[in-house]
Design a protein around this ligand. Sequence first.
Ligand SMILES: [Zn+2]
Length: 190
Amino acid sequence: MQEKFENSVKNMLEIIGENPQREGLLKTPTRVFKAFDFLTSGYKQDPKKILNDALFESSNNEMVLVRDIEFYSLCEHHLLPFFGRVHVAYIPDKKVVGLSKIPRLVEVFARRLQIQEQLTEQIAESLMKHVGAKGVGVVIEARHMCVEMRGVQKANSTTSTSALRGSFLKSEKTRREFFSLINSSKQVRF
Ligand SMILES: [Zn+2]
């Protein structure tokens, strides 16, 4: 598999007018293979297992919010990076999940070929399903290199997506609390 991948990279280099045999490019196919192996390692990880390993009983039924989780992903249309921040909130129903597992969950889905909308939904869905939350809210703010580098849009423009589930859809109060907590984080950076 690795050989097949590396041959494809060599072909690509030739097609764009490069010489894969020149010194600077000799190790490039192997490097690209290793980079893609890492950047798509989320396919080999099971979100259910990650969350189930850290579920705790709790009587807490207040909103839990983890904001400003950095992520890096690859767009499935151009294989170019998109990256930014994820804010994840949920309202527990007798069970809470270890806080470090939420950034892990984001990585599982970010380290796959993605579109931003789908990444947002997958994070929300798996928290609903595997943690049994009463409600979930996920917001992603990201910059897309396939947009910026190709000059389709101005540099530094961000794309925002959100996915709301359960009580975040039903209750306006919950929704308002969620969005005001995210926005307040923009003033307090420490
Ligand atoms: Zn793209």
